[in-house]
Ligand binder design. Structure first.
Ligand code: ATR
Length: 289
């Protein structure tokens, strides 16, 4: 990687940030595309977020990705926010252009591209169940409704958080789709599991090898597609779905696609998806068990 006086800086603001795979695949993408950008991890403490966002302007950076725990708070420091980011109330990409900081959210679009592109699953008129009510669940729920699901069910360990998401979704999409809440302790019933076409784990459960299996895939009908947002390992959920012969996919594609959309926002060039994936595949050998 050659750094010159013309090199543009991008990066990721997070706390923690050391686990992020974005520097790896974004730098691989810039290199493969011959784009003179370099991507850094920036450890930004919660109290320093405003200052860090201001520094995008003062350092004339091309933009940044934003991750935990800054995705919501960062909205307050931007000049403009895209309609998706406004709806989801979270920003994962900032672009600095014409003296303005513009916030986007590419997570939902990344999920849909992975689901349809790699998974070959068309969400139109389907019934989806989302496990979780955190940032990933918000982005995925909005994206699924926009992609045309017929019914969206939400369930979460902390019911209050699922209610907040449900109320928010209803505000935007009252007539577009049936949106409902499922009690977390009732999710493992054949009434719920038999009546979905798509199951998404949007919780952080599965990231660690000792994590439990939240749902019983034995209850799913053979056509149900199982998507797990966890990308650092093959989760118990994915293993069980695979054993049952269900179509299924882990979250690596969502990670790559959301990054590819950020790349395209910053550079106006098509992202080299295969190079990004190859860079990650190499790295994954080190930690996937
Ligand atoms: P992200 O932005 O990655 O979605 P998050 O906002 O911290 O992360 O959300 C994590 C999600 O995983 C939440 O839905 C959380 O449930 P709670 O709202 O009840 O905390 C869910 N989660 C984490 N650990 C869990 C567990 N052991 N069992 C069930 N759900 C869990």
């Amino acid at each position: 990687m050659k750094i010159s006086g013309k090199t543009k800086i991008v990066g990721i603001f997070g706390y923690p940030v050391t686990h992020s795979l974005s520097p790896l695949f974004q730098n691989a993408a810039f290199k493969a595309s011959g784009i003179d950008f370099v991507y850094f991890p920036f450890l930004v403490k919660p109290g320093d977020l405003e200052m860090a966002v201001k520094s995008i302007k003062s350092l004339n950076m091309a933009g940044v990705n934003v991750t935990i725990p800054h995705k919501k708070k960062v909205l307050a420091y931007l000049d403009k926010v895209s309609p998706e980011a406004k709806m989801v109330e979270a920003v994962n990409t900032i672009c600095y252009r014409d003296d303005k900081l513009i916030g986007y959210n590419t997570d939902g679009k990344g999920f849909i591209s992975s689901l349809t592109g790699e998974g070959g699953f068309d969400p139109q008129r389907k019934r989806a169940l989302v496990l979780g009510a955190g940032g990933a669940a918000w982005a995925i729920s909005f994206a699924l409704i926009e992609a045309g699901v017929r019914r969206l069910s939400i369930t979460n360990r902390t019911k209050r958080k699922a209610e907040v998401l449900l109320n928010h979704l209803t505000k935007f999409f009252r007539d577009k789709c049936e949106i409902m809440l499922v009690d977390f302790d009732k999710v493992n019933s054949s009434t719920v599991m038999n009546n979905i076409d798509l199951l998404i784990n949007a919780t952080s459960v599965g990231m660690h090898p000792e994590d439990p299996l939240l749902v019983n895939p034995e209850l799913l009908t053979p056509h149900t597609f199982v998507y797990d947002v966890i990308y650092n390992r093959k989760t118990k959920l994915l293993k069980a779905a695979e054993e049952k012969g269900l179509p299924c996919l882990g979250g690596l594609g969502m990670l790559i696609y959301q990054g590819a959309y950020s790349f395209e926002i910053w550079t106006h060039k098509k992202a080299p998806l295969k190079k990004m994936r190859d860079a990650l595949k190499e790295q994954r050998k080190c930690f996937v068990t």
